[in-house]
Design a protein around this ligand. Structure first.
Ligand SMILES: C[S@@+](CC[C@H](N)C(=O)[O-])C[C@H]1O[C@@H](n2cnc3c(N)ncnc32)[C@H](O)[C@@H]1O
Length: 258
């Protein structure tokens, strides 16, 4: 059995939570364990995709962004970044980045639909390799505003890999008027035993999951002006939906302007 089928994979677990078909038994078992301890994890995964859509619409429609780097793309699903963006502004250029070869293969087939999108195999932890990749150079002009998305991906970077330094390097590389968007798992509203059990599901997976507090997620935006309402439960960005009950936060999200 291939090693990739023996261990759960973070992209495939997420695909399963979203109702996708690109996953194996080992991923479905991991997702089932996750749902046992966090029964609202399916809702959170779906909320995260809705957050992604709202953020991309905001960036393209309201902020006028026409170039996007999406780091930690995930397996293709409905409402992919370039689809949401190009529906509003067809000339928007999108560079997808993931370090999972299977995600990259699927992305090449399904996300690279024209000259304006690219799929780059690279690691979030090696930002310079992303910035200098030939496809990034071809599609992204760092002299103009750009949006960098780290949606449900930064929590796969442990403190040992200094995620704040990674984000700082992106900030220093971006032109004024650029944006950073993050969504990030948290255990702030989860009891400690469930949080520990959820983390254990990922201990054997392709990447460990690192929940962070509200203050830690906010700190990623140092040097950015947070777009209101700031870093909040993803389902409440940019505003709570009237009439919808307030669910506990499993992910925080926010958008900052350089
Ligand atoms: C949960 S999915 C999120 C997908 C999408 N961004 C979203 O929010 O719907 C996380 C993705 O991040 C990728 N990822 C995890 N660690 C990474 C790293 N160090 N470098 C690049 N991608 C990474 C995984 O392969 C996976 O495809």
């Amino acid at each position: 059995m291939a090693d990739s089928m023996r261990h759960p994979n973070v992209a495939r677990i997420y695909d399963y939570l979203l109702g996708g078909k690109d996953n194996f038994q080992v991923d479905r078992e991991a997702a089932a364990r996750l749902q046992e301890v966090l029964p609202d994890s399916v809702r959170a995964a779906r909320e995260n995709r809705r957050f992604l859509e709202r953020v991309v619409r905001y960036l393209v429609w309201q902020a006028g962004i026409r170039q996007i780097i999406d780091i930690g793309t995930g397996l293709p699903t409905r409402g992919n970044v370039h689809e949401v963006a190009q529906r509003i502004a067809p000339e928007t250029r999108v560079v997808y980045v993931d370090n999972d070869p299977v995600v990259v293969r699927h992305g090449m087939a399904l996300l690279v639909t024209g000259e304006d999108t690219a799929m780059v195999e690279a690691d979030l932890r090696a930002p310079r390799a992303i910035m200098t990749h030939p496809d990034t150079r071809r599609l992204i002009d760092f002299g103009a505003p750009v949006a960098v998305l780290m949606l449900a991906s930064l929590h796969f970077v442990t403190d040992a890999d200094d995620p704040r330094a990674i984000v700082r390097l992106w900030r220093e590389t971006m032109a004024p008027g650029s944006y950073l968007a993050i969504s990030h798992i948290t255990a702030d509203e989860v009891d400690p035993a469930s949080a520990k059990a959820a983390q254990e599901v990922y201990a054997d997976a392709s990447a460990p999951a690192v929940p962070r507090t509200l203050a830690e997620v906010e700190a990623f935006f140092d040097g950015f002006d947070l777009v209101p309402p700031g870093v909040v439960n993803i389902s409440s960005w940019p505003a709570p939906v009237p009439g919808r009950p307030r669910h506990r936060a499993l992910l925080y999200g926010g958008v900052g302007r350089r």
